[in-house]
Design a protein around this ligand. Structure first.
Ligand SMILES: [Zn+2]
Length: 322
């Protein structure tokens, strides 16, 4: 029996799964992503997770046919590694991936993608509706997209195509992004930045609100939880809808997708409050065809399922390549 490995390397957790040729999961393992001492510790933790998933599936790693990886970025595709990951401590400079995994699994067929590209590969493979032109958009601790145009998943020479969260939406640069530049989509609408943005909006216009900005537990969820009950929370959610719709409109004009499937914790936890304001605004922002905007049906598994789909289809998600 041919078996395949999928790996999801996130800033918080590592997941590895072993699947059969129909993508059914035979074994899985999860571990916290090490915060150091170096990137090698992260590589070792991934290899351990793969070994554990193989053990659960009852297969030896050396018999695996192919492996797909969906990873935090930025990637150095030529080297098969993550280079200076933005969301891990600075001491983690480089995380070798394809070389050590290829060695463990005794296969050259190891496909590395950033996590949103793995996402669109998963959507292409698993979704009922999977046209040749589709986008997977994540609104999570960061914002990014995986794009498929004319049946080709767009990676870019370095694997970093689709970093749409760093498109400039606000030329006035009211907010500064985690990447250091001003006015990026992610600086307003990612899970990490929504609380900062709300606080800045409130400093400009201090209307009464039940939100407790200086509570250490204050988070994006605190704002969404007060929807319909707190005028300021509603104002913030409306502003998020404005920026999200603008970002999605830019994606539509750039790539002409038929379907945009949205995932990531912010969207998954608040599907109507996040997606309806986008759908409602596209008519007045888009001059071309307006695609379907759906919540992903793959939930939190979209990256690891995309990684498996990549392993099964030579890195494409195209079911005709099975
Ligand atoms: Zn940025």
């Amino acid at each position: 029996m041919a078996v395949y490995v999928g790996v999801d390397l996130g800033a918080t957790n590592i997941r590895a799964v072993v699947a059969d040729s129909s993508a059914a999961i035979l074994g899985s393992a999860m571990a916290e992503t090490p915060r150091g001492p170096t990137g090698i510790a992260v590589t070792e933790a991934i290899l351990d997770a793969i070994r554990a998933a193989c053990g659960q599936a009852g297969v030896t790693p050396g018999t695996v046919t192919a492996c797909g990886i969906g990873s935090i970025g930025p990637l150095d595709l030529a080297a098969g590694a993550v280079e200076n990951p933005a969301n891990l401590p600075d001491r983690i400079d480089r995380i070798p991936l394809t070389g050590p995994i290829s060695k463990l699994l005794a296969t050259e067929d190891v496909y590395l993608h950033n996590d949103t590209i793995a996402g669109v590969i998963g959507e292409r493979f698993h979704s009922e509706r999977n046209p040749d032109d589709m986008v997977y958009l994540t609104i999570s601790s960061g914002i990014g997209a995986g794009v498929c145009v004319d049946g080709t998943v767009i990676a870019g020479w370095d694997g970093n195509a689709g970093e749409v969260g760093h498109m400039t939406l606000d030329p006035h640069g009211f907010m500064t992004c985690g990447c250091g530049h001003d006015g990026h989509w992610e600086a307003y609408c990612s899970g990490n930045n929504i609380p900062r943005y709300a606080e800045r909006l409130h400093a400009e216009d201090p209307i009464e609100t039940d939100l407790a900005f200086d509570d250490p537990a204050f988070s994006a969820a605190s704002i969404f939880d007060l929807a319909g009950e707190d005028a300021f929370a509603d104002h913030v959610i409306d502003q998020l809808g404005h920026w999200n719709a603008m970002g999605v409109a830019n994606i539509i004009h750039a790539y002409a997708p038929l379907v945009i499937n949205v995932g990531g914790a912010v969207a998954l936890n608040n599907p109507n409050l996040v997606l309806d304001p986008i759908r409602d605004r596209l008519d007045e922002m888009v001059m071309t065809n307006i695609p379907e905007v759906n919540l992903t049906e793959l939930g939190d598994d979209v990256v690891v399922k995309g990684a498996v789909a990549s392993a099964l289809t030579g890195g494409t998600g195209d079911r005709s390549k099975l």
